[in-house]
Design a protein around this ligand. Structure first.
Ligand code: ATP
Ligand code: MG
Length: 397
C-alpha cells in the first residue's frame, strides 16, 4: 500500500547517508490497513541538501522551509526534523527549529500520529507509544492535553476528526481537556479550520463529524448559526444531506467539488428561509432575488468566524441559486428547461443529484435536466473547424 514514489524518495535519501522515514498519518493508516491518502516524509537532511539530490524538488515556505518533490500527478512533502516546546501554553506561531527525530515525534499531536516507519528496513520507530494507541483504538495527546490544545487549538478539531473517522475512544484526560479548552478554538487560524472542515466533508464521515462537533460544543463557536439550526426541526434534513454526500463519496466513489459540499451543508436552511419569505406569495421569484437572499444566508452561516476564499464562496452561492431554476419556489405550470452559460452549472446539477437522494420526488426533475444537459454539451461544446476559422477571420479585421 506504500506509494512507490514515496518509497523511492525515502530509499534515495537513505542511500545518500541521511535518515528518512514515512511519518504521521500515513504510518497510522498503514497500521490500520487503509491505503494512506497523502504521504509525509521526515528526514535529518536540511531542505537545501534535499534539493541537491532531487531534480524535481521545489523548496517552499519562507519561515519554515519544506521540500516538495514533484511527480506527474502528485507532490510528496519532505520535512526536516523539527523540535517543539511541549512545556509552554503559548500559542504556536512559528515552528521552525530543527531537531532530532525524537523531538520531531514529540511535537506531533496524538500518539497515533507520532510513528515513524522505515520502509526499506520494514521497521517502526515508536517514541510515543503510538503502536499501542492504534491497537487499542485510543486517541491521546502527546504530552499534557491542556498545553497541547492551548498551543494549537486546531488539534481539538483534529481530535474530533479522528474520532469520527475511526470511531476510536478518547483517553479520559484528553476528553476533559477538549471540553475545558473548546472556547480556545476561536484563537486558531480560520483558514486551517476551514481546511479541516472541508477535508471532513470530503471524507465520507461528515455526519459523525458534525454530530460530534455539536456534542463537544465546538460547532457553536465555529458555525454558530448551523449549531442553532441543528437544535431545530431542520436537523434531520441537514443530517440527511450529510448522509447523502457521505454515501456518494464512500459507496459510489464520487469526488464532489468543495462548493457542492459546502452548499449541501446550507441547502436546508436556505430552502427554509426562502419558503418563509416567498412560499405563500403569488407569482414568480426571480433568480436575482434568490441570489441576494442566498448571499445573506451563506454570510450568516460562514462569515462569523470562517472566511471562505472568494471564488469558492461565489461558486457555492451560484450553485445554490441555480437550484431554484430546477425547482422554482412558486412553480409555474409549464417550464422550459434552458441550460445557462454558467461555468458552475455542472456543479449545480450535481447538487440537484444530492437533493434527489434526500427527497426522492426530485429524481424525475434531475433526470430531465441531466438529459438536456448532456444533449446541450454534445451540441455546443465541440467547435467545428469552420466556426474556428470564421472567428479568426473576424478578429483580424
Ligand atoms: P489526514 O489523514 O486527514 O491527512 P493526518 O494525520 O495525516 O490526517 P496531516 O494534516 O496530513 O494529518 O498531517 C500529517 C501529520 O503531521 C500528522 O499525522 C501529525 O503527526 C502532524 N500534525 C498535523 N497537524 C498537527 C498539529 N496541529 N499539531 C501537531 N502535529 C500535527
Ligand atoms: Mg495526512
Amino acid at each position: 500500500m506504500i506509494d512507490p514514489d514515496a518509497y523511492a524518495v525515502v530509499c534515495r535519501l537513505q542511500k545518500k547517508g541521511f535518515d528518512a522515514y514515512l511519518v504521521g498519518g500515513s504510518v497510522r493508516d498503514l497500521l490500520l490497513g487503509h491505503p494512506p491518502k497523502d504521504v509525509d516524509i521526515s528526514t535529518n537532511a536540511r531542505p537545501e541538501e534535499i534539493k541537491t539530490h532531487f531534480r524535481n524538488c521545489l523548496l517552499i515556505g519562507r519561515r519554515f522551509r519544506l521540500a516538495h518533490i514533484r511527480f506527474k500527478n502528485k507532490i510528496i512533502e519532505v520535512a526536516t526534523f523539527r523540535s517543539g516546546d511541549n512545556s509552554s501554553e503559548e500559542l504556536i506561531v512559528r515552528d521552525n527549529t530543527w531537531g532530532t527525530e525524537q523531538e520531531d515525534a514529540m511535537r506531533r499531536d496524538f500518539t497515533l500520529n507520532g510513528l515513524y516507519y522505515d520502509p526499506c528496513k520494514e521497521e517502526i520507530l515508536d517514541y510515543v507509544d503510538g503502536v499501542n494507541a492504534v491497537s487499542q483504538n485510543q486517541i491521546e495527546t502527546i504530552g499534557d492535553p491542556y498545553l497541547r490544545f492551548k498551543q494549537d487549538p486546531v488539534r481539538m478539531l483534529r481530535l474530533v476528526k479522528f474520532r469520527a473517522r475511526f470511531g476510536f475512544n478518547i483517553e479520559e484526560k484528553t476528553r476533559q481537556a477538549l471540553i475545558d479548552c473548546r472556547h480556545e478554538i476561536l484563537k486558531s487560524s480560520p483558514a486551517r479550520i476551514l481546511e479541516e472542515l472541508l477535508r471532513m466533508l470530503e471524507s465520507g464521515h461528515s455526519r459523525q463529524f458534525i454530530h460530534m462537533m455539536t456534542d463537544f460544543g465546538l460547532l457553536k463557536h465555529i458555525l454558530p448559526k448551523l449549531a442553532r439550526t441543528l437544535e431545530t426541526d431542520l436537523a434531520d434534513k441537514t443530517y440527511s444531506f450529510l448522509d447523502e454526500i457521505d454515501r456518494l463519496q464512500k459507496e459510489e466513489n464520487r469526488t464532489l467539488h468543495r462548493s457542492i459540499l459546502l452548499a449541501s451543508l446550507v441547502m436546508p436552511q436556505l430552502d427554509h428561509h426562502l419558503s418563509l419569505l416567498y412560499g405563500s406569495k403569488e407569482g414568480k421569484v426571480t433568480l436575482e432575488t434568490i441570489h441576494k437572499e442566498t448571499r445573506l444566508v451563506t454570510d450568516e452561516i460562514f462569515f462569523p468566524f470562517l472566511q471562505l476564499p472568494r471564488r469558492l464562496c461565489s461558486e457555492m452561492q451560484s450553485i445554490l441559486t441555480s437550484q431554484y431554476r430546477f425547482t422554482p419556489i412558486n412553480r409555474p405550470t409549464s417550464q422550459v428547461l434552458r441550460i445557462p452559460r454558467n461555468p458552475e452549472f455542472k456543479h449545480a446539477l450535481t447538487l440537484l443529484d444530492v437533493r434527489s437522494g434526500v427527497s426522492y420526488e426530485l429524481r424525475d426533475t434531475f433526470n430531465a435536466w441531466s438529459e438536456i444537459y448532456q444533449h446541450h454539451k454534445a451540441k455546443n461544446y465541440v467547435p467545428t473547424p469552420r466556426s474556428r476559422y470564421y472567428k479568426k477571420r473576424r478578429k483580424r479585421k
